[in-house]
Design a protein around this ligand. Structure first.
Ligand SMILES: C[S@@+](CC[C@H](N)C(=O)[O-])C[C@H]1O[C@@H](n2cnc3c(N)ncnc32)[C@H](O)[C@@H]1O
Length: 316
């Protein structure tokens, strides 16, 4: 069941990335290619874009776009956590703008067989890279083998689920009788264990988010990816990141803060007169995150939790 994907904060991405004619850009999360297409149109025939996605299905879907932008667009099946190596292979060291639009696309959520959604029954998979050589374990592997302590930690840390222990204990109890194979089984367990959940939000929401993050190692990948992106920016280059939950946004916010502030001087050195501080190589373009307009949230409810932050390179 494919319903297509609407690119989030599309105008804002273009405004902040400010693609220039003939520039060199990276879309670290190609997805359905909406943002990539907008960047390609803005950079013109002499510009180029490298687009990455961890999901092999996104790469196959993107082949049509490669034909529409011959010589301009390269699409690669790779995780953005290896961005440094990927750029060496591509032959470009300095990049004028890099975009990360995190999370999963509507194509992924709306396909029951990918196992990302509690709204449809499908195999409990959740791997973004489900290719044959993928080394990731599935969500079912985690749910059926981890101890209740490990599961509870995942639900609490990655889902901020207050009933983490109760859910983990119920999983371990139930799986003896019947291992978890489907999203439906897990969604039903959440409904049973936390029946008085907040109205309007499915009780499985947080544990599905937590398992997805654990299966795909999303937070470590994000940290490695944005560190590599920050290094690769050209002078005046821009890094734009759209996150969809507080754990992602915290990593982006703290990493941007770290590279745009002078390290604090502590101990006896703090008592000495401060010499003039050297200029910082990066500057923060968005002091506060940019969020979608009410109209965008109404038209595309999946944009509701989006937060966009931007960093620029000042000197190399
Ligand atoms: C929200 S979608 C991007 C949508 C895209 N910006 C558009 O306009 O169509 C996020 C995409 O990032 C991919 N992704 C997530 N983590 C990744 C990673 N570590 N490396 C590369 N791609 C990743 C997902 O597979 C998904 O296709």
């Amino acid at each position: 069941m494919e319903t297509g994907h609407i690119s989030v904060l599309a105008c804002e991405v273009l405004t902040f990335l400010a693609p220039k004619l003939g520039g060199v850009y990276v879309d670290a999360t190609f997805g359905a290619g909406g943002h990539s297409r907008a960047i390609l149109d803005a950079v013109g025939k002499n510009g180029k874009l490298l687009a990455l996605d961890r999901d092999p299905d996104a790469i196959i879907r993107g082949e049509k776009l490669v034909k529409l932008y011959p010589g301009q667009l390269t699409i690669k099946h790779a995780s953005f956590q290896n961005l440094g190596d990927t750029l060496i292979e591509w032959g470009e060291k300095r990049i004028d703008g890099i975009l990360f639009d995190l999370g999963i696309s509507s194509f992924q959520i709306d396909q029951p067989e990918r196992g990302f959604s509690f709204r449809f029954d499908g195999p409990l998979d959740m791997r973004m890279d489900h290719s044959l050589n993928s080394k990731s374990k599935t969500a079912a592997d985690l749910v059926n083998t981890m101890s209740d302590r490990e599961l509870s930690d995942i639900f609490f840390k990655y889902g901020e689920e207050s009933q983490a222990r109760k859910i983990a204990r119920a999983i371990v109890f139930d799986r003896d009788e019947k291992p978890f194979r489907t999203t439906g089984q897990l969604a039903q367990l959440a409904q049973r264990v936390i029946p008085n959940h907040k109205r309007g939000i499915h009780p499985a929401t947080k544990i599905f988010q937590a398992l997805r993050i654990a299966v795909n190692g999303e937070l470590d990948q994000l940290q490695n990816g944005i560190d590599a992106a920050i290094n690769a920016l050209s002078q005046e280059g821009r890094l734009v990141v759209i996150s969809f939950h507080s754990l992602e946004d915290r990593i982006v916010k703290q990493t941007f803060k770290k590279v745009t502030s002078h390290p604090q001087v502590t101990g006896p050195a703090a008592l000495l007169p401060q010499t003039k501080l050297p200029p910082l190589p990066y500057s923060l373009i968005t002091k506060k995150p940019v969020i979608p307009s009410i109209e965008e949230m109404q038209q595309n409810p999946r944009s509701r939790s989006a937060k966009l932050r931007v960093l620029a390179r000042v000197t190399i």
